[in-house]
Design a binder for this molecule. Structure first.
Ligand code: GAR
Length: 212
């Protein structure tokens, strides 16, 4: 069975969704850069190994990343799963895990990379928003896309209400992407991901919607 290490910085609801999906994967460890990340308690309660690698004592990003790599590599995972890990990673780190590092981002990339994606989506007036699971490359919030989910932006939405609608989808697509990984169905070719045997729908999401 393949194994994964999950990196978190906070509440870890995506990590919980992954654990609760009972995937054919061994979760070797959950690692946080913050000792008070509430997701750590959940992982410990589930009997999963946890570790904290605090970024603050490290003078440089590279020094922190080197320590984090040592911690991750002790578990020898097949895939490193970023699940709300709120640190920008150095090129050296990303190259070390090339093709073995996956992230979830709360927007339909390449729209809205970076932070405050829901507020920025509302300000831009988009009618459809969503989330993306992608392999990580040195460019932040960039890299081969595995799967995306779209949701309507509703009249009167706040950043919080929109975030909650997107998060529900995050909890669906991240376990799905990892199941495909476990089943060896993700194939990276020329910077794009092919999911072997997956289907696509012919339906469209229109927002706002009115029957014609
Ligand atoms: C999620 O919405 C995730 O997509 C986002 O942080 C949240 C973490 O929630 N990640 C990023 O913004 C990464 N740039 P969680 O800790 O409950 O999974």
């Amino acid at each position: 069975m393949k194994s994964i290490v999950i990196l978190i910085s906070g509440r870890g609801s995506n990590m919980q969704a992954i654990v609760e999906a009972n995937l054919p994967l061994r979760i070797a460890a959950v690692i946080s850069n913050k000792a008070d990340a509430t997701g750590l308690e959940y992982a410990q309660a589930k009997g999963i190994a946890t570790a904290v690698v605090d970024h603050r004592p490290h003078a440089t990003r590279e020094a922190f990343d080197a320590e984090l790599m040592r911690c991750i590599d002790a578990y020898a995972p097949d895939l490193v799963v970023l699940a709300g890990f709120m640190r920008i990673l150095s090129d050296g780190f990303v190259q070390h895990y090339a093709g073995r590092l996956i992230n979830i981002h709360p927007s339909l990339l390449p729209a809205f990379p970076g932070l405050a994606t829901h507020r920025r989506a509302l300000e831009a007036g988009v009618k459809i928003h969503g989330c993306t699971v992608h392999f990580v490359t040195p460019v932040v919030d960039h890299g081969p896309i595995v799967v995306q989910a779209a949701v309507p932006v509703k009249h009167g939405d706040t950043a919080q209400s929109l975030a909650a609608r997107v998060l529900q989808q995050e909890h669906q697509i991240y376990p799905q992407a990892l199941r495909w990984f476990a089943e060896d169905r993700l194939h990276l070719h020329q910077g794009q991901v092919n999911v072997h045997g997956a289907q696509t729908l012919d339906t469209a999401l229109r927002s706002p919607w009115e029957a014609s």
